[in-house]
Ligand binder design. Structure first.
Ligand SMILES: [Zn+2]
Ligand SMILES: [Zn+2]
Length: 136
């Protein structure tokens, strides 16, 4: 009988290294968002994120937050300005895929706000939602 798989812990943090996190176990879902707020706050064409339950994640370091909507707070490092994660009211934490310490840990399965997607970006394997994604 194989042993039960050990709970995997993955680490990450901001560019300067003072705001860090550990995420235990597997994420609930992995996606992309093309909405204008994600574009503006990241300065990038889209946001790639990995969603965990809040109790799977341990955070250490100083952070500041900004809320575009009452449901979520976008948290960033006050030293280097990196976007690291969003906390939301549904006991979920949305960690930025690019904030993890290694590449190729996660691959997205869906994308939200494709009505704002750049026309040069082709993601035929992802489930596309024109606006907010359904969370089922
Ligand atoms: Zn930092
Ligand atoms: Zn967004």
């Amino acid at each position: 009988m194989p042993d039960a798989p050990q709970t995997r812990t993955r680490t990450g943090g901001c560019a300067c290294g003072q705001l860090t996190f550990q995420a235990r176990g597997e994420p609930k879902r992995v996606g992309l968002c093309h909405c204008m707020t994600c574009r503006k706050i990241s300065g990038s064409a889209f946001n790639a994120f990995v969603i965990f339950a809040t109790d799977q994640v341990t955070i250490s370091g100083d952070m500041k937050g900004w809320s575009a909507t009452p449901e979520s707070e976008r948290c960033y490092c006050p030293v280097c300005g990196s976007q690291v994660f969003d906390r939301d009211a549904a006991d979920e934490i949305e960690i930025k895929l690019g904030a993890f310490d290694e590449p190729n840990l996660f691959a997205p399965t869906y994308e939200a706000w494709t009505k704002r997607r750049e026309s040069w970006l082709h993601t035929p394997d992802l489930t596309a939602y024109p606006e907010n994604a359904r969370k089922d």
